[in-house]
Design a protein around this ligand. Structure first.
Ligand SMILES: [Zn+2]
Length: 342
């Protein structure tokens, strides 16, 4: 397996966005570019509101340059899979799954995942997108909800008042993309074993029904125990089992980052996942380096789950799997007799 990691490659974001966008999206990107070097960001208040730039997505100095780095890295990683120079690529800096085509949302300014998937579609006609972040991958799902070329599968916390409020189990796509979306709504406190049970069951069913040619995985680390925004109780080892399952399919795969607000644990997680992906065992102790003290008090790679109660019962998980299996039966039937508009 040949693997390449591209942390910071700059591409022309406008070139990629304009290939699949309307004028409104062009307006948003043009605004970001136009204020990139502005010394007075406050005078653009009206446009900021229009493009969702406030609250959790504040406009900041050289935001356009930042977005170019994020998106350029994911597109470069996707390009490696397209030209066959790598079978697996990683961009932990990517995974900004809430951004919409014409506005920022949920800490995400430009959706690098959507643009990278468009790049992959140039070679692979069926892409499976898997979202492991504690929040629903709404921006990616919205982008592909009406196509049968991209199947989006998101596992996330779902309850009233929890951002973004979408991603119910009844949300299965629309138009010729109907039954090419699956959502796994979970409750607080889920732990590694039950999470892997539902991931393995649902993802294997999606795999056999959809038969993807390439896979994109968003590995948001806010699903880990002790994340200040998430309420799951997972560990990096739990996510590592999911990553190993995806790798077992042997398909070109793009791994991306995402949320993660306990920064030390997020770094632990993506470091461990990198070791899983490349097949290298790494020492259990955090090595001495400039941020060493942030890993205290134990200074170990792995974390232990907290005491949060798991509100997900086996019966609840079984019911989710059963409903999604019904949806996927329809997906399989549609693939056997493609939509007339396909
Ligand atoms: Zn998140």
């Amino acid at each position: 397996m040949e693997i390449q990691t591209i942390p910071h490659t700059t591409h022309d974001i406008r070139r990629h966005v304009d290939q699949s966008s309307c004028k409104r999206n062009g307006d948003y990107i043009a605004f970001l570019e136009g204020v990139n070097d502005s010394s007075d960001l406050e005078k653009h208040e009206e446009e900021q509101l229009e493009f969702g730039l406030g609250y959790d997505c504040p406009l900041f100095d050289r935001l356009y340059d930042f977005a170019r780095i994020v998106v350029g890295s994911s597109v470069s990683a996707a390009k490696l899979l397209v030209d066959g120079s790598a079978s697996v690529a990683i961009n932990w800096c990517g995974g900004w799954h809430h951004a919409q085509r014409d506005e920022a949302e949920g800490f995400c300014y430009v959706n690098d995942i959507v643009i990278a998937i468009h790049k992959l579609l140039k070679k692979f006609d069926q892409i499976l997108y898997i979202d492991l972040d504690v929040h629903h991958g709404n921006g990616v799902e919205n982008a592909f909800s009406c196509t049968n070329k991209v199947f989006t599968l998101s596992l996330h916390k779902y309850e009233p008042g929890f951002y973004p409020g979408t991603g119910s189990i009844s949300d299965v796509g629309c138009g010729k993309g109907k039954y090419y979306t699956a959502n796994v709504p979970l409750k607080d406190g889920i732990r590694d074993d039950l999470y892997f049970t539902v991931f393995d069951s649902v993802s294997s069913k999606v795999f056999s029904a959809f038969r993807p040619k390439a896979v994109v995985v968003q590995c948001g680390a806010d699903c880990l125990s002790k994340d200040p925004l998430g309420t799951f109780n997972l560990t990096p080892r739990g996510l590592g089992r999911c990553v190993q399952r995806v790798l077992s399919w042997g398909l070109p795969t793009l791994f991306l980052g995402g949320g993660g607000y306990n920064f030390a644990n997020t770094a632990r997680c993506w470091t461990y996942l990198t070791s899983v992906i490349v097949g290298w065992e790494i020492p259990p102790d955090i090595p001495d380096h400039m941020c060493f003290l942030k890993y205290g008090p134990d200074f170990e790679l792995h974390i232990v789950p907290g005491n949060r109660t798991d509100c997900n019962t086996k019966e609840y998980i079984d019911s989710i799997v059963e409903i999604i299996a019904t949806v996927l039966w329809t997906t399989r039937r549609l693939r056997a007799s493609p939509h007339p508009c396909s």
